[in-house]
Design a protein around this ligand. Structure first.
Ligand SMILES: Nc1ncnc2c1ncn2[C@@H]1O[C@H](COP(=O)(O)OP(=O)(O)OP(=O)(O)O)[C@@H](O)[C@H]1O
Length: 587
């Protein structure tokens, strides 16, 4: 498929407001891409189109990134736009127009337009850019490494823009900067795959949960239909989206379920452990973050734990917690010093000790457990982690026994609110964040923030907001960014909810400046626009309706609590949550 065709269809989808119509357009797009069945190359065009439509280049489970910042993209656009255009002009237009796709489309790259004048439309011309060529170039760009790699990336991107029409450039720029925003979410692609290849939506949904790969699911739906989808399984080594929790009360939980499964809420960072023991070959262990990033190298303790404890292939869900010399939990910020570290891991390990605690088992010994009830999964988890013989624990349910199993999260099943209160008090006393209340009969729903898991924390509500702007300070703080603009996720992108300047020391300001500087998208005097990349956790006293910010709400007395480096903008809080919290004071 030509990239011009993809861009044209993306434009139609972009102009469409009705959800059902969008699904129909995506269905047609996938069906057309799926007609390229004689392709030998991997991945097939259908797979690429299923991802591009969501602004993805690689499957969700794949940690590969393009690793190219906005300024490199502006430079590539500027070079393709002609000798008189510089990256500064692109930035200026961005400040005026506000969206990189529109900016890219505002230039005349010459590319195909020039050629099509000779060929009467450009269709089928050898120089027409195809979806595959775009992918292959972006793949090469992603893998460019070492000295000079940033220049190489800009060259490759320039080569693509140089062959683009305005419309192609619009969607190429958006794909490169992960800002597709044509209203095609995961649910849209799921429904479109089902409609395009005549397979039931729930089978597509399950296949997506186990594979995390829209491209592969689209292809299997086309080639093998429902049976092919049903045969898709979890793969050890390929991360699954994490099941998430809602805030909730004990009363609600006990009203809805006969009994609640109660666990401590550990204050660490989410991990997913994939382990395949080796008999003839070396054991394979991978640790993934909540966002499916491979963090194995940063957490050698978890790898050692897996190698020492696990005897069969497993996928476990849990938390990595920082602990002091007595094994007591340390605050969440401590674990972040270890979590994504790429250098000096051994030194960091001397400073901060971490240990894993697991609360779920998604796969054990070749068997997928997602559809099993929580209590069955917990039993499997216990037996996977219990390295002693089963006979040693005739009374397998006893708490004392579970407490002896290293790495196992404790679980109590009860319908007694007083007992839950006592567990909560113990959790807080032991230095944990609170408790989790889970529906004992519930399946594991990857990526869902459903009602089956509820978190219960005593402290104030906080919001995880994306930093979208800042101001350069004054006087002593002139070289620091301060007064950070905060945004939350809404249907059409990010909307502002306030600015935070309180709670930040000078040292922290220097650190935040270093972190945010590389994401600066535009500057106007003291005001700075920041590309969405960094998430702040902020406290506040109240949320009020207000015309000052684009969300229609304002945080009163916001204060900075920390950087959520384990979260991407897509994990930040939503306008819907702000609306829910509005009116109820947080303290
Ligand atoms: N026993 C447990 N079961 C499930 N999650 C737990 C448990 N202990 C700690 N956690 C952590 O709590 C989180 C559940 O809350 P949620 O799904 O809202 O994630 P979150 O947005 O990271 O929340 P928070 O900011 O409250 O940690 C999990 O992602 C996990 O990191």
């Amino acid at each position: 498929m030509e990239f011009a065709t993809f861009a044209d269809r993306a434009g139609t989808i972009d102009d469409e407001a009705a959800d059902l119509e969008i699904v129909a357009h995506v269905r047609d797009l996938l069906a057309d891409a799926g007609d390229d069945t004689d392709e030998r190359a991997e991945p097939q065009t259908l797979e690429l189109v299923a991802r591009f439509a969501q602004g993805r280049v690689f499957p969700a489970w794949d940690s590969t990134t393009l690793d190219i910042g906005p300024s490199a993209c502006y430079e590539a656009i500027a070079r393709a736009a002609g000798t008189n255009v510089g990256a500064d002009d692109v930035e200026e237009r961005l400040a005026d127009i506000g969206e990189i796709g529109d900016v890219a489309a505002s230039y005349d790259f010459g590319g195909q337009q020039g050629l099509s004048a000779f060929t009467g439309g450009g269709d089928g011309d050898d120089d027409d850019l195809t979806v595959r060529e775009v992918y292959e170039t972006l793949e090469e760009l992603a893998h460019a490494e070492g000295s000079g790699s940033q220049d190489r990336k800009v060259d490759l991107l320039f080569g693509l823009f140089n062959r683009c029409s305005s419309e192609e450039a619009r969607y190429l720029a958006r794909i490169v900067l992960s800002e597709m925003r044509i209203g095609v979410g995961e649910g849209t692609v799921r429904d479109a795959i089902a409609a395009a290849f005549d397979v039931p939506e729930e089978r597509v949904e399950r296949a997506l949960q186990v594979s995390n790969d829209y491209g592969q699911v689209a292809r299997i739906a086309r080639d093998e239909g429902r049976e092919g989808l049903d045969a898709m399984d979890l793969e050890v080594g390929r991360p699954v989206q994490a099941m998430l929790a809602q805030a909730g009360t004990v009363t609600d939980a006990l009203e809805e379920w006969d009994e609640a499964a109660v666990e401590w809420k550990y204050d660490g960072a989410r991990i997913q452990l994939h382990h395949e023991p080796g008999s003839s070959k070396p054991a394979e262990t991978h640790v993934f973050s909540r966002n499916m990033e491979d963090v194995t190298d940063a957490l050698p303790e978890v790898v050692e734990f897996a190698e020492d404890t696990l005897e069969g292939p497993v996928i476990l869900d849990g938390e990595v917690v920082a602990i002091d010399d007595d094994g007591a939990p340390l605050p969440f910020q401590e674990v972040l010093k270890r979590f994504r570290r790429k250098h000096d891991v051994a030194k960091a390990r001397e400073d901060v000790t971490v240990r894993p605690v697991f609360f779920d088992c998604l796969h054990a010994d070749g068997e997928d457990l997602l559809a099993e009830p929580l209590m069955t999964r917990h039993d499997r988890l216990r037996s996977v982690l219990d390295s002693t013989d089963a006979e040693d624990h005739a009374d397998g349910d006893s708490i004392a026994t579970d407490a002896d199993i290293e790495g196992l999260s404790l679980l109590w099943q009860t319908d007694d609110p007083d007992e839950i209160e006592a567990i909560d008090a113990d959790a807080l006393e032991a230095g944990h964040e609170g408790i989790m209340l889970k529906d004992p009969d519930s399946a594991y729903s990857p990526g869902r923030r459903g009602k089956h898991w509820r978190k219960h924390k005593p402290d104030v509500e906080t919001l995880d907001c994306v930093v979208t702007g800042a101001e350069w300070g004054e006087g002593r703080r002139a070289t620091f960014l301060g007064t950070f603009e905060l945004s939350v996720q809404a249907d059409d992108g990010l909307e502002t909810v306030g600015k935070v300047a309180t709670g930040i020391t000078d040292d922290k300001l220097a650190e935040l400046t270093a972190l945010l500087e590389r994401h600066i998208a535009a500057e106007d005097g003291q005001d700075v626009d920041i590309e969405p990349a960094v998430v702040f956790e902020v406290g506040y006293e109240e949320i009020q309706t207000s015309p000052t910010y684009s969300s229609g709400y304002a945080l009163r007395f916001p204060r900075f609590l920390g950087v959520r480096s384990d979260k991407d903008p897509a994990d930040a809080d939503t306008l819907e949550r702000v609306e829910r919290l509005q009116g109820s004071p947080s303290e």
